[in-house]
Structures are given as structure tokens and as C-alpha cells.
Design a protein around this ligand. Structure first.
Ligand code: ATR
Length: 382
């Protein structure tokens, strides 16, 4: 049989699939209307599993079972997206904390302070939008009580939690398991309760790199300069290392911290990949000249340092440089303003915040954070 003929056959099958797709989506829209009018959540995972199992039974070639399952999972996700798009999003937004019942699972963030955290809003918006039976709370844990807090998470059978300052490092000794990149980073920001075992992850650096992916910024085999070697700097530098950056240059006010981070990368990821320097304008100029990406992970540019920039001299930048800042308040730091004026593409830390949350959300629920949450967060911070 010729390829041409086979393709013709596929074309005709596709035509039928498209027709069936349209008919199915029409019914989905009716279901969505019904659910909305009767206040029923979009997601019903037991029904999804039922549908998949039932359809697998219709298969003659059982070897296709796993493929059909993936096909249906994708299809169900599309149906849910479609239902969400059809439902008035504003109504859902006002319902963020409704629907807590005796079966509601708990997610939370622990830290000190936690009162300004955006995570409860972001995760509750997502849970509500997907109709998942969880609620996300914030707990301020007194210093010296992190061990008890972790025990409480186990006793209460919390599904998962985030950890923020100052406990990202201290928590590690109280967990049952720590994944590889969190070990390298030396800090945990997300925990998953897997059948009673608490597993630590670090999604901060991954979140940052995902925001570059979203903008199609290439970092593989590129030279990257990272300013700062604190918690944010470590997670981003390690993630760039794991994702195949060409060269990572870490520049920090305290040289020893930059050196320690560079050693971690060189010893555990790739020898010679990382270099380190003490903060100095001549070094910045020299190292940035042939770099593709510059990331500020220091706190210079926020709070009491809001009117400062870690680089004040615009001549240090070049127009092919992509400049990211982990700070999202203010939305445009002084560093980003100077870089923008020098012709650089810029990015603040909001997407890093969103995507570190997206990765955690997926670990806990199996779902991606809905586009609706991402858009709402972006709108709230503009
Ligand atoms: P985070 O977890 O947010 O990264 P951190 O661990 O406290 O916070 O790290 C803050 C980073 O900002 C560090 O790299 C710090 O430099 P030092 O290691 O020398 O402390 C950097 N930083 C803070 N204030 C700074 C300043 N005024 N000038 C230069 N670097 C500064």
C-alpha cells in the first residue's frame, strides 16, 4: 500500500473524528450549563476514571489500552477547559472559599511571617476553578516550632504544603525524603504527603526557568550571570545547571556564598560549568558582555532598597541581554528600568511565583494550574 493511500485513509478517519469531536463538545456545553446552574463542580474524577475504564473495554487490540487512556485523559482535560471557558469566571472568583465540607482536604503554607503570601489566593482560585475538594490555608509558625508543625501536618493528613522564610532549610531534617534538586539547592519550598511520607521538593528555580520557557528564551548552552547566592539564587543557579546552561557565573556581595554555590554545581552537575566572583562593577561589565541572560536574585530593589539597583550603570547592559528579576513588587525594579532603557528584554518575578505554585499544585492535585488563575494573578499585579 502506498503512503499516499494510507494518508488518504487517515484523512477520512480524521474527518469523522472532527465531526464526533464537535458533537461531543456540544453535549459538554450542555453539561457545563447544567453544572453551573446546579452549583456542581466541573471535576468529577471518579466519573472520569469510570469513562476511561469503560472505553478501554471496547478496544479489540488491548495493547492500545495505555494509549487510549492517555488519549482520554487529554480529551477530558480539553472538556474541562471548555466547560471552564463557558462558565462565567467572575462568579467562580467570588466563591473562592466556599464549599468546605467534612471531606475537604487541606493544603497550606507555613512560615513566619505568612500574612503577605499570595499563595492562598492563587491556590484557592485554582482549586475552586477546577472544582477540587481542597482548601489552602496560611499558618504562621513560631520560631522553634517547625518540628511540631511538620508532625502536625502528618497527624492532620495534610495533602501538601509550601514552606516560606525562614524555614526552607530548617525543615529538611524533619522530612522523610528530599528530592534530588532540593538536596542540591539545600532548601525545600514544597512538600507532598505521599501515603503518609512527607517528601520535600524545591520548585522555585523550576518556576523561574518555566517563565523563560513561556517566553521562548533559550538558556541551554548559554552564558548566564546570576546576581546573589541566597535561597533564590541557589534554586535558580542549580536549575539552570540541571537544564543544561552553557556557563553559570555567580556574583555575590559575600564571595564565600557564591563560591559554595559554584562548587555545588561543579561537583554535582558538571565540572567547570560554574564560576564565581565577588560583586564588582568591572567584573559585572566583563562577565555580562558575552552573556545571554542576567538574573537578579538579591533583595536590592525591594522594600527599603526599592530605590536602588544592583547595577546602576546602563553601559553594563547590551541589547541582546535578557534581564530577569525575582522581585515582583515593585512590578518594575530600578534594575529592570535601566535594563529596559538599554534595550534589553525584561521580566519581573511574578511568573516565577506563579509557576513555582503551578508545579507544586500539580504535585498535590495532578492538575496544572488553570490559565484563569495565571491571568487573574497577572491582572492583580499590573
Ligand atoms: P532569598 O532567599 O530571597 O534569596 P537571602 O537568602 O537572604 O534571600 O539572599 C539575599 C541575597 O541578596 C544574598 O545574595 C545577599 O547577599 P549576601 O550573600 O552578601 O548577603 C543579597 N543582598 C542583600 N542585600 C544586598 C545589598 N545591599 N547589596 C548586595 N547584595 C545584597
Amino acid at each position: 500500500m502506498s503512503l499516499k493511500k494510507l494518508r488518504k485513509e487517515i484523512e477520512s478517519i480524521d474527518k469523522d473524528i472532527v465531526k464526533l469531536f464537535e458533537s461531543r463538545m456540544k453535549i459538554v456545553s450542555e453539561v457545563s450549563k447544567y453544572k453551573h446552574e446546579n452549583n456542581i463542580p466541573i471535576l468529577d474524577s471518579s466519573r472520569e476514571d469510570e469513562v476511561i475504564e469503560k472505553n478501554k473495554k471496547y478496544l479489540e487490540d488491548k495493547k492500545l489500552g495505555n494509549y487510549l487512556e492517555d488519549f482520554y485523559k487529554g480529551f477530558m482535560d480539553i472538556s474541562k477547559d471548555y466547560q471552564r471557558d463557558l462558565i462565567d469566571e467572575k462568579k467562580l472568583d467570588t466563591d473562592v472559599k466556599s464549599g468546605v465540607s467534612a471531606t475537604t482536604g487541606l493544603l497550606c503554607i507555613i512560615g513566619n511571617p505568612v500574612e503577605h503570601s499570595k499563595s492562598p489566593h492563587m491556590h484557592n482560585l485554582s482549586l475552586n476553578n477546577l472544582g477540587l475538594d481542597y482548601s489552602y490555608m496560611a499558618f504562621n509558625i513560631k520560631r522553634g516550632f517547625i518540628k511540631e508543625a511538620v508532625e502536625a501536618m502528618k497527624v492532620l493528613n495534610v495533602r501538601g504544603f509550601n514552606i516560606t522564610m525562614p524555614y526552607k532549610e530548617e525543615i529538611m531534617e524533619h522530612l522523610d525524603e528530599i528530592n534530588e534538586n532540593a538536596k542540591l539547592i539545600g532548601a525545600v519550598n514544597t512538600v507532598l504527603n505521599h501515603d503518609g511520607r512527607l517528601i520535600g521538593y524545591n520548585t522555585d528555580g523550576e518556576g523561574f526557568v518555566k517563565s523563560l520557557d513561556k517566553r521562548n528564551v533559550e538558556y541551554r548552552d548559554k552564558k548566564i550571570v546570576i546576581l546573589g547566592a541566597g535561597g533564590g539564587g541557589k534554586s535558580i543557579a542549580v536549575e539552570f545547571g540541571l537544564k543544561g546552561a552553557g556557563e553559570i557565573v555567580i556574583i555575590n556581595r559575600t564571595f564565600e556564598k557564591a563560591e559554595k554555590l559554584a562548587n555545588t554545581i561543579n561537583e554535582n552537575i558538571k565540572r567547570g560549568m560554574a564560576k564565581c566572583y565577588k560583586l564588582d562593577e568591572d567584573i559585572l561589565k566583563r562577565e555580562i558582555k558575552d552573556s545571554s541572560i542576567l538574573v537578579n536574585t538579591t533583595s536590592v530593589g525591594m522594600d527599603e532598597l526599592e530605590d536602588k539597583s544592583i547595577i546602576e550603570n546602563p553601559d553594563v547592559f547590551h541589547s541582546d541581554l535578557f534581564v530577569g528579576d525575582v522581585i515582583y513588587h515593585p512590578a518594575k525594579t530600578k534594575l529592570l528600568s535601566i535594563a529596559e532603557q538599554a534595550g534589553c528584554e525584561i521580566m519581573n518575578g511574578l511568573d516565577m511565583l506563579i509557576y513555582q505554585g503551578d508545579i507544586a499544585f500539580k504535585l498535590w492535585t495532578g492538575f496544572n494550574m488553570p490559565e484563569y488563575t495565571i491571568k487573574t494573578m497577572e491582572k492583580d499585579f499590573l
